[in-house]
Ligand binder design. Structure first.
Ligand code: SF4
Length: 501
């Protein structure tokens, strides 16, 4: 990322400056309020900020997945390159807008004028319902005032948010920054007067809004589970279209399936909607969740019992029909790690450790307590070091984790699964979740013998100096290293002697 000097902020504000320096610059440039809100919404303590991708990716992805929404990045070219690359790698079918800058446009205020001009160009009601502008690290640290953008142009909503890496800990929480900003906007629209109905019309029954990106089949499954209670599944937030935001707010209750959506939950709270944590995963999880939803939605105990009786035997059957017999460690940054661990344990797995990059909120308390009662170590804001230490300590038969965890597991011939690609991309809820998770886990476990053979075959290859692609076999020159070492030692001795003079 380029470093730019911003006299307005009184400091160099490139990413090399470090998070503290960037935060100080942003505060000096008038962004204290937003940074304080992020610190309260997404606390990083007691652990440090976890290693993760650029947080802004979360907001960008939410914007790019919405119909009739233009998403524009304001930040350094290298950050924008990385974010654009990642979005298209994950199948974004929309253009990523970019307003470039240099030191001069940043410090003279011209960048804000350029953003304003871009926003006016994009605010075409024929094409867009909303234009989202995301300030990355440098513009946030320099105080580019997106809140001065018009709130609406020709009926197109303009949403400006700051998503700096030094203020928002994970990309998961950055999804909440944009989802929360959109819900806030939609809530004020709904308070002012009539708003658009959902595309398929309003549900005939009270709905439960699903908070968190879930596998599409799960939303259908949850709808079926709710039907005996005369409830229906509402929209999933982040939504795929602006008008769904109104339907999301117009619910009987909110299911915080992913527990880190603090800003969104605040908006639901302002709209007078109650929130329920955890999710219908496994037998016990589903039973508890149906009860909690029933209570919040004033459903009679008889109807809750009807809903439970309709689904719990099938879940029990699915769990019993697809057992998992293995010791597992699990970590990720999606926010659903605790739910997956519950399902693994109900399938018979011996789960020792769950690490999540997300922070602790009241909405995962029920899952944390359930897991801890089973002797599982639950680590919020888990770092890569925490995850690797757990893998070394518990010596699992299977490690589920992020890319570097999986890579380390492979080096040790431990079967492993990428959380994001292989666990998040399948159903988790109800009977479908139980069967599907066991299938992928057991297939990975069956690879153990292959891993052992590969480790034995490749033992020593591609390690240390031999890592990388070579045309021939690298020749070790032990004498070079020895000579260098001797020189370094002589140098150190000379320095010591000079210090004593
Ligand atoms: S915007 Fe993202 S990639 Fe760029 S410096 Fe900030 S955290 Fe890093």
């Amino acid at each position: 990322m380029t470093a730019s000097s911003a006299p307005g902020s009184g400091s160099a504000t490139g990413c090399h400056a470090g998070a503290d320096e960037m935060s100080r610059a942003a505060a000096a440039a008038g962004k204290s309020e937003v940074l304080e809100r992020y610190a309260a919404d997404y606390p990083t303590g007691p652990h440090d900020q976890p290693q993760s991708m650029c947080p802004a990716f979360g907001s960008l992805r939410v914007g790019l997945r919405m119909r009739r929404t233009a998403t524009v990045l304001s930040g350094s070219a290298c950050c924008v390159y990385g974010l654009t690359f990642t979005s298209h790698f994950y199948g974004a079918r929309r253009t990523v807008g970019y307003v470039p800058f240099d030191s001069e446009t940043l410090v003279t205020g011209k960048l804000f004028e350029d953003i304003r001009e871009a926003v006016f160009k994009l605010a075409d009601p024929e094409k867009n319902d909303a234009v989202v502008v995301i300030n990355l690290c440098v513009p946030t640290a320099s105080g580019v005032p997106l809140d001065l953008l018009p709130k609406e142009i020709n009926g197109v909503r303009i949403i400006g948010i700051d998503v700096p890496g030094f203020g928002v800990p994970t990309h998961a929480e950055a999804k909440d920054v944009l989802a929360g900003a959109m819900l806030k906007y939609a809530r004020t629209e709904a308070e002012r007067g009539p708003v658009q109905q959902p595309r398929e019309g309003r549900s005939g029954r009270p709905t439960v809004t699903l908070l968190g990106e879930i596998f599409p089949v799960d939303a259908v499954g949850i709808g079926r589970m709710l039907a005996p209670m005369d409830l229906a599944a509402g929209p999933t937030v982040p939504t795929r279209e602006w008008r769904e935001l109104y339907a999301a707010l117009d619910c009987a209750a909110v299911a915080a399936i992913h527990p880190f959506y603090t800003a969104s939950i605040r908006e639901f709270d302002y709209a007078g909607r109650q929130c329920v944590g955890s999710a219908p995963v496994g037998y016990e999880g589903t039973a508890a969740w149906l009860n909690a939803i029933g209570k919040v939605c004033n459903v009679s105990e008889a109807k809750v019992a009807m809903a439970s009786n309709a689904i719990l035997p099938a879940i029990k059957g699915a769990l019993g029909g697809a057992p998992i017999d293995a010791r597992i460690t699990l970590s990720g940054y999606e926010g659903s790690e605790l739910l997956v661990a519950r399902l693994l344990i109900e399938s018979g797995a011996d789960v020792r450790y769950v690490g999540t990059a997300c922070g602790r909120t009241p909405w995962s308390d029920a899952d944390r307590e359930w897991l801890e009662a089973k002797g599982v170590t639950v680590k919020y804001r888990a770092s890569l070091e925490n995850d690797l230490a757990a893998m070394h300590e518990f010596r699992p038969d299977l490690a589920i984790g992020t890319t570097p965890v999986v890579q380390k597991a492979k080096e040790h011939a431990i079967p492993s699964l990428y959380f994001t690609n292989l666990i998040s991309a399948r159903p988790l809820m109800g009977p479908a979740g139980a069967g599907s998770l066991a299938q992928v886990v057991n297939a990975a476990l069956a690879n153990k013998e292959r891993f052992d053979r590969m480790r034995d075959f490749f033992e020593g290859v591609g390690e240390g100096d031999k890592a990388g692609v070579w045309e021939g076999v690298p020749v070790e020159h032990v004498e070079f290293r020895e000579r260098n070492q001797q020189q370094l030692e002589r140098q150190a001795k000379r320095r010591k002697a000079q210090e004593m003079v």
